[in-house]
Design a protein around this ligand. Structure first.
Ligand SMILES: [Zn+2]
Length: 151
């Protein structure tokens, strides 16, 4: 796996299979996997107007985009629920979180009417969209259906 963009801090992610802590870059040409056991790692990154192209539009995996805002109460429930989905679907989807208050360009691009708005994207195109909070099991089913229909 090769890091293709610098300037974005890698996240420390614990492997679901063996517990090893791995550094996961926000952008890469392949799918992040555990340095110890090779299991796919959950891939979660923050993006803004400047970094969204590299982190989301050019992601090698389909992207689940969380358009959220710090003042939004339901967003505080959806954030952890989506991180659970990213763990459940490790190796199949990348979670990209966007604070729309600091990303006016993305706010316009996706015509965000309400937060949270969730997008499923592949190759820079939106393949599914949903607004509002939902439990992680519902979000996971929504994401899996989107991945299946767009394959
Ligand atoms: Zn591992």
């Amino acid at each position: 796996m090769e890091i293709v963009e610098h300037g974005v801090e890698p996240r420390i992610v614990s492997c679901i299979s063996c517990g090893k802590r791995n550094r996961v870059p926000a952008t890469a040409t392949g799918t992040p996997s555990c340095g110890a056991c090779r299991a796919a790692l959950p891939w979660i990154a923050d993006a803004d107007d400047r970094t969204f192209d590299a982190i989301a539009d050019r992601s090698p995996l389909p992207v689940l985009v969380d358009l959220w805002a710090p003042w939004c109460i339901p967003c505080r429930l959806v954030g952890p629920a989506l991180e659970q989905v990213a763990r459940d679907l490790a190796g199949r989807v990348k979670l990209v979180k966007v604070n729309v208050d600091t990303a006016p360009g993305l706010h316009r691009r996706f015509a965000v009417q309400a937060v949270p708005t969730l997008l499923l994207m592949r190759d820079g195109k939106v393949i599914a969209r949903q607004a509002g909070a939902a439990p992680s099991a519902v979000l996971r089913r929504w994401a899996e259906q989107g991945l299946a229909t767009a394959a």
